[in-house]
Structure formats: structure tokens, C-alpha cells
Design a binder for this molecule. Structure first.
Ligand SMILES: [Cu+2]
Length: 151
């Protein structure tokens, strides 16, 4: 996995395009139940040029990580990843069962209809960083497959 990321970032470094021009669509956060201290944020990201999502911040969470969810044997598990590649012009789906933003150490419960501010940090092929502010809508927990996944 680590080797894959290194070779991908080398590829990114070789391309010449400068500006990331990142668009984020349909950002949402799964609502929490009382005592729940972590939840996922999901969205669609399109970058005009080759780039990489390297960090996400949010004022509602003490810790924010980028996670990948994948089957390990017959169990769905998730783990932190250093970033998500954003190929030029391609929609990258952060969705239940795949890449997602993990909001941990939540400072308050998140109710359906609330708005959660997220700041995405994207690094372009020229290593320049760009911050994108996103307002994610909290949606009620539902039965979208991966809901039962464990860390
Ligand atoms: Cu996660």
C-alpha cells in the first residue's frame, strides 16, 4: 500500500498542470445517536487537474482522518490513509463502503438537518496547497450497507 502511494505521488509530481480547481458536491455527514463520538462524512470531489486530498479539518471534531473502508476476509474494516488521489476531471466518490472522512472525538451530537463545516486541503502536482470550505448536511442514519462496519 505504501509503495503504491509513493509511486502515485511521483506520477503526480511529474505532471505539469498547476491549479487544482476543486469542486465538491453533495457533501453530507451521517447523523449520530447519543453517546456516539465518531461518524463519517461523504462527498463527491472533482479536481480539474491532478491533485490529492491530503487533509480534512472540521470544528465539530477533535480529530479528523481520511479513511478507507475495505473487505478484510468477510469483515468490512476501515483504516486511516495519508490521502486520496484526485485524477484530473474524474469524480472521486467518498461514500459509505469506500473512502470517507472520519470525524472523531465529536464535540456535540450531529442531528439531521444540521450543517457541518469541513475544510478540505488539496495538494496540486506543483505541491501547492489549496483549502476548500465545504458545508456538509447531516443526514439520518440509514441502512446503507457499510453502517455496521468496525474499525
Ligand atoms: Cu472511518
Amino acid at each position: 500500500m505504501k509503495r503504491l502511494f509513493i509511486s502515485l505521488s511521483m506520477l503526480v509530481a511529474w505532471s505539469v498542470d498547476a491549479h487544482a480547481q476543486v469542486t465538491v458536491k453533495d457533501a453530507w455527514v451521517r447523523a449520530t445517536v447519543p453517546q456516539q463520538v465518531a461518524t463519517g462524512a461523504f462527498m463527491q470531489i472533482v479536481s480539474a487537474a491532478e491533485a490529492r486530498l491530503i487533509e480534512v479539518r472540521s470544528s465539530v471534531a477533535g480529530v479528523v482522518e481520511i479513511h478507507e473502508m475495505a473487505m478484510q476476509g468477510d469483515v468490512m474494516k476501515m483504516h486511516a490513509v495519508p490521502g486520496v488521489e484526485l485524477p484530473a476531471g474524474k469524480t472521486v466518490d467518498l461514500k459509505p463502503g469506500g473512502y470517507h472522512v472520519m470525524l472523531m472525538d465529536l464535540k456535540q451530537p450531529l442531528k439531521a438537518g444540521d450543517t457541518v463545516p469541513l475544510t478540505l486541503v488539496v495538494e496540486g502536482s506543483d505541491k501547492k496547497r489549496e483549502s476548500i470550505d465545504v458545508k456538509a448536511t447531516v443526514r439520518q442514519l440509514n441502512a446503507t450497507g457499510a453502517a455496521a462496519a468496525k474499525h
